[in-house]
Design a protein around this ligand. Structure first.
Ligand SMILES: C[S@@+](CC[C@H](N)C(=O)[O-])C[C@H]1O[C@@H](n2cnc3c(N)ncnc32)[C@H](O)[C@@H]1O
Length: 371
């Protein structure tokens, strides 16, 4: 039976997520602010959750109930089909938000829903110190006296499991995947990141180019939901591809992925992360100032993707302007893409390039120019 699911992503990137999910088999997908709503069955949702590079979370619609008092809320929630997926082996973390409703206390709503779900299927409420990976999150959005309940199937999908060193100002991994897609990078193209920091863009690209799944193997909430375990018609989801552990793999040929940074500390972080991600042999790293990168690598033309530091310092930082000028003169056939805060003055050589995406990282509005 098909059900409705929601995949979330930073607002502004919905068209990319829409295209990705359709490619992974999502049906009737439509974009809204910060999310894509789609239909899928139990068989088709498993590969979507395992393979999405762009979604931050994927949640399943459980149902909606109207209630203006705790008792009605409990009675109606207990009638939802939780027992189809959950039993007394599961621990729930309930998160509630309330707006424009007579039930306004989110703590009371969360307590009431947790009690009702326990009554319906036996799933207990996680304690505050239960580790995230042992819980399934139930999101309750109460608006206009109607509670929408959504069960989280994948946890934080942007966490790939390979980040052993955060470095300074790392990009979120699914944002890095979105930037690569928005800049037009495909796994057959070389990639150069001359301000690579802890290597997020490089590692996303290297794993993609090598045909590896986005995340290192881990159990997702989806894998512990009952129908996938007990129904022979719904076998456990296949591993998205072989060679998912770190180390050396027999992988298809991947294109060149090159990074440099002027800080040795950043390169150490990139190296440690690439090793943990199983792609150290696929990423070339070099200690260099971006202004010293004066010619393209000896490869077919590809993409140069820059995520420079965003502080005030950049306004007076000559290296971005210098690199853009060098790029214009010396990188024929290559594409340059740069991510900056939306309100930041950028060098003319960059301002002339088309805007490919507007997005946010936390509270900071950003823009990706590429061309
Ligand atoms: C925002 S961080 C990049 C983060 C990276 N995308 C990640 O996810 O880890 C910016 C990086 O640019 C580097 N950087 C700044 N100016 C540079 C320059 N002129 N040449 C080379 N690297 C530079 C800094 O050392 C820093 O590691």
């Amino acid at each position: 039976m098909a059900r409705t699911f929601h995949a979330t992503l930073s607002p502004g990137l919905e068209p990319l997520l829409l295209a990705e999910l359709r490619g992974l088999g999502a049906r009737k997908a439509t974009a809204e602010h910060g999310l894509v709503r789609f239909r899928a069955t139990w068989q088709t949702i498993a590969p979507i959750v395992h393979r999405t590079r762009l979604a931050t979370r994927v949640r399943m619609d459980v149902g909606e109930v109207r209630a203006t008092d705790p008792r009605t809320l409990a009675t109606r929630v207990a009638r939802l089909p939780f027992a189809e997926w959950l039993d007394d082996r599961h621990l729930l973390r309930v998160r509630a938000t309330c707006s424009s409703s007579r039930l306004w206390h989110s703590g009371l709503v969360a307590d009431t829903v947790a009690g009702a779900v326990r009554e319906a299927c036996g799933a207990a409420r996680a304690t505050v110190d239960t580790p995230d990976e042992q819980t399934i999150e139930l999101l309750v959005r109460l608006h206009d006296d109607t509670a929408a309940l959504r069960l989280d199937l994948g946890g934080r999908l942007d966490r790939r499991g390979w980040r052993v060193d955060t470095g300074r100002a790392p990009l979120r991994e699914n944002l890095a995947a979105a930037l690569l897609a928005a800049a037009g990078w495909t796994p057959d193209l070389p990639l150069l990141d001359p301000m690579c920091g802890s290597g997020t863009l490089l590692i996303e690209a290297a794993r993609q180019g090598a045909g590896l799944p986005p995340r290192l193997p881990r159990t997702l909430p989806l894998d512990t939901l009952l129908p996938l375990l007990r129904d022979p018609e719904h076998p456990a989801p296949p591993e998205p591809s072989s060679g998912t552990s770190a180390g050396t793999h027999a992988l298809p040929d991947a294109p060149l992925v090159l990074g440099s940074d002027r800080e040795a500390r950043a390169l150490d972080a990139a190296r440690a992360n690439a090793r943990a991600a199983g792609v150290l042999d696929r990423v070339q790293l070099q200690l260099a100032d971006a202004t010293a990168v004066v010619s393209p690598p000896d490869t077919p033309p590809g993409l140069v993707l820059l995520n420079p530091p965003w502080g005030e310092r950049l306004r007076s930082e000559p290296s971005l302007a210098a690199f853009c000028n060098t790029f214009a003169e010396r990188f024929p056939g290559w594409t340059l893409a740069v991510l900056t805060p939306r309100d930041m003055a950028v060098p003319d050589a960059l301002a002339a390039r088309p805007v490919r995406a507007r997005l946010r990282a936390g509270d900071i509005p950003l823009v990706l120019r590429a061309g």
